[in-house]
Design a protein. Structure first.
Length: 314
């Protein structure tokens, strides 16, 4: 199992660079950091694009933001800069068109497109973009997804529906978050991606743990959330779920309590107008009194004091 980040995320941006050089510098950066592309901005607008890159032992993860522009991976670019990789793009903001040898597809926020990066394509972002990119070397792809070649792009939904796809997006996004990047288990990331593309249910305990945590995050505000509901939600037994959490040194109730308290502390520290009771309800505590007791027990201070201090500072 490959856990964590062996290198730190690296940020590159064209913002603040000489406008006449931005496209060339962006192309050079992508050729060395991700995938070689030709780029052009729309309406002669100066390119404003930022990329956060993280190289793991076997895969590369990136977060890309930018104003409207078009990128092309032509046959000439492929010959000059072969990637020998599969590219996976998870659209977060802005529709994108994807032109390839079999037609044109529109990829909307909440959708993932998977393609062979050495088959020519063009991508356009008329509304600008924010996306996650995962580059998987071809040999690694064969190991996790099977030998069948990827002859045409495939689109999947991660915004709704498939929990594996949502968990994949969550893990990739956390690894290259612009402010608080977090370690990612590479094996889990790959197994989730393979599960999404092949339809094969995830089998690794680490994947089940990631999926359970993602399901829990989606339902933390529900005070009725239980281990049984989480287990049903991700398609495993409650006993196996307990084993998965126990292997990580905790239990489902302990994890839910910790995450709810962390969320509540962040809300309280933000100041503003919410009451302690409102924060408790938003974070899934059925009783304000129980929340206040647990908060003081965990952090050594009263929730009301944290909120009062935050309001005074603001």
């Amino acid at each position: 199992m490959t856990t964590g980040m062996l290198s730190e995320p690296v940020r590159f941006s064209t913002i603040g660079l000489p406008e006449a050089q931005r496209v060339a510098l962006w192309e050079n950066h992508n050729a060395s950091a991700l995938i070689g592309l030709r780029c052009r901005s729309l309406d002669d607008e100066a390119l404003e694009a930022t990329e956060i890159n993280l190289q793991l032992p076997r895969v590369h993860v990136a977060r890309v933001t930018g104003n409207p522009h078009v990128v092309e991976r032509t046959r000439a670019v492929v010959r000059r800069l072969p990637s020998e990789a599969i590219a996976c793009y998870l659209t977060l903001v802005g529709e994108a068109f994807f032109y390839h040898d079999a037609g044109v597809q529109v990829v909307r926020p909440g959708q993932l497109i998977v393609c062979d990066a050495d088959r020519p394509f063009m991508r356009g972002f008329s509304q600008g973009l924010e996306e996650l990119a995962v580059k998987v070397p071809r040999q690694v792809w064969r190991e996790v997804a099977g030998p069948e070649p990827l002859t045409r792009p495939r689109v999947f939904d991660f915004g709704t529906g498939d929990l594996q796809a949502r968990t994949l997006a969550r893990l990739a996004g956390r690894a290259v978050h612009p402010e608080t990047s977090r370690p990612v288990d590479e094996d889990t990331l790959l197994d989730l991606l393979a599960g999404v593309v092949t339809g094969r249910p995830a089998a690794l305990s680490a994947v089940h743990l990631a999926m359970a945590k993602a399901y829990a995050e989606d339902h933390l505000s529900d005070s009725g959330l239980t281990a049984a509901r989480i287990a049903r939600g991700i398609g495993i037994s409650e006993r196996h779920l307990s084993r998965v959490f126990a292997a990580g040194g905790t239990t489902v109730p302990q994890y839910l309590l910790a995450r709810r308290l962390e969320g509540a502390r962040a809300l309280l520290a933000g100041g503003g107008n919410p009451t302690v009771a409102e924060v408790a309800a938003r974070c899934g505590f059925g009783s304000p009194a129980r929340f206040s007791h647990r908060f003081k027990e965990r952090y050594g201070v009263r929730a009301t004091d944290v909120l009062r201090e935050a309001r005074a500072d603001s």
